[in-house]
Design a protein around this ligand. Structure first.
Ligand code: SF4
Length: 174
């Protein structure tokens, strides 16, 4: 069975992505690496929620290092950009690069990300960045397809999963 590391941005988005990959017959582990999330209380809340969703689905969740200063050093040059602009592209890249590194460390075949399930995010851009980083190790999936977002919201409601009201970084709180 091929192994895929799923970068998880939050518990809500993870539900349908996990189901999708299970249906495709993969062995899955999650990876919570989101140094973009601020403040730290919010990071902890989303990490715990991702843990709960993984537990419900009987998959292991690996946690990355929470290093918001490193993230900010890369992304703050575009602090004033609107959501969906250059800052977000850098933010995707930071998270996907680390997920690729973790994929190799764990000896997994592939990685992908829950990010593409959000209607606020352009899957094409996310997948282009992933392909550029890792070519054949990256699975370019648009999790919005197959009613992904609708399904994940329904599951989150069923399991009473915490749903945040901003994307993640301090600039998106504004
Ligand atoms: S708005 Fe979201 S995707 Fe964009 S930089 Fe902030 S956390 Fe990252």
């Amino acid at each position: 069975m091929k192994k895929v590391l799923l970068h998880i941005c939050c518990g809500v988005c993870a539900f349908a992505c996990i189901n999708y990959l299970k249906e495709e017959g993969f062995h899955i582990e999650g990876f919570f690496y989101n140094p973009n999330i601020a403040p730290e209380d919010e990071y902890t809340k989303r990490k715990n929620t991702a843990g709960k969703v993984c537990e419900i689905n009987s998959i292991k969740l690996n946690e990355g290092i929470y290093d918001p200063a490193s993230w900010d050093a890369v992304c703050s040059i575009h602090a004033t950009e609107a959501e969906g602009g250059k800052r977000c592209n850098l933010c995707y890249e930071v998270r996907l690069r680390e997920t690729f590194r973790k994929t190799l460390e764990l000896g997994f075949d592939f990685f992908t990300t829950t990010l593409s399930i959000s209607p606020h995010k352009k899957s094409k851009i996310i997948n282009e960045i992933g392909m550029e980083i890792a070519q054949t190790h990256f699975m370019a999936i648009d999790f919005k397809k197959r009613d992904g977002f609708k399904k994940t919201m329904e599951l989150a409601k069923t399991y009473n999963i915490y749903r945040q009201n901003y994307c993640g970084c301090i600039y998106s709180v504004r």
